[in-house]
Design a protein. Structure first.
Length: 294
């Protein structure tokens, strides 16, 4: 059994997926399997993946499902994964040639059941680190503390113990395609810290059809998913008052977008939510304006 599963959710990304495959062919350590979760593609993705599997260079598992959105694809991946560790490499991203080697060797040296996994770096396709590096003097930390206590910025790549990522499945809402993936990460932060590794694990490119560049439209398309996410963040046992207030503002806005008139009653902190209503209403109208402008 390999140590690591590299899993890739994909939806009609046949035009770019080969870049990820080529990077996996170049890995200096082959202690991994590539799991592709095809979230309802109607392009040539299946045929292309079947051809790669026949090459026998990279061990590939392919799973097709009806389109459920990114979080639904993650749910499927976590149910299918059998290895000790897993990392998500999106369909428009790829791994440096030594990424698997760095992950596996670092885990063998420092890993244990006292941590949830490893947090490493993302770079752009020119090799520049996204945001800041991780603090060298902090061997372990929660993701929340890295960003909100230690001043880390920019996207980072997480490698988790697979027995943990099977917990906290993302809820599915009819007609919606997104629940923020960081929901699971915050849940795991409640019980575990992560090992910090200042090595690039993933090279990213933010394509025009990616979720990162379309986050404002995602708010209006998936209000129940975002409402769920904001409620869960309001419940966290950590986080400053400004952080919790920000979640309440977004919760109000998403509740209005979903026409949920029971949002105050359903809030985990009704008093805080009440104070957030004016800004939540302002955000709601701003999102409607941006949607109309688009």
């Amino acid at each position: 059994m390999p140590t690591l599963t590299v899993f890739t959710p994909t939806f009609n990304r046949g035009y770019i997926l080969s870049r990820c495959y080529e990077s996996l062919k170049r890995q200096t350590n082959k202690d991994f399997v590539w799991l592709i979760v095809d979230d309802g593609s109607s392009d040539h993705t299946r045929d292309m993946v079947e051809g790669w599997a026949e090459e026998g260079i990279v061990p590939i598992r392919y799973h097709w499902q009806e389109n459920q959105g990114m979080h639904g694809a993650h749910n499927a991946a976590y149910e299918l994964i059998e290895t000790e560790l897993n990392v998500c490499i999106d369909s428009d991203d790829y791994m440096p040639d030594d990424a698997v080697e760095n992950i596996v060797s670092f885990w063998r040296k420092h890993g244990s059941d006292r941590v949830s996994g490893i947090v490493g770096l993302d770079s752009d396709i020119q090799g520049r680190i996204i945001g800041s590096k991780l603090p060298d003097h902090i061997p372990t930390s929660t993701l929340f503390d890295l960003y909100h206590k230690h001043g880390v910025t920019g996207d980072k790549k997480v490698v988790y113990r697979s027995e943990l990522t099977k917990r906290y499945p993302y809820p599915l809402f009819t007609g919606e395609k997104l629940v923020a993936l960081s929901y699971k990460y915050y849940m795991l932060d409640r019980d575990y810290e992560m090992l910090t590794m200042n090595q690039v694990i993933c090279c990213v490119e933010y394509l025009p059809d990616g979720s990162t560049r379309n986050i404002l439209s995602q708010y209006t398309k998936n209000p129940r998913g975002f409402s769920f996410y904001r409620k869960e963040l309001m419940k966290l046992p950590f986080g400053s008052k400004p952080f919790k207030f920000k979640q309440a503002v977004h919760y109000v806005s998403s509740s209005l977008l979903s026409a949920n008139n029971k949002f105050l009653r359903e809030s985990p902190d009704p008093k805080l939510t009440l104070t957030a209503i004016p800004l939540g209403i302002a955000l709601y109208f701003y999102l409607l304006w941006k949607k109309k402008a688009a």
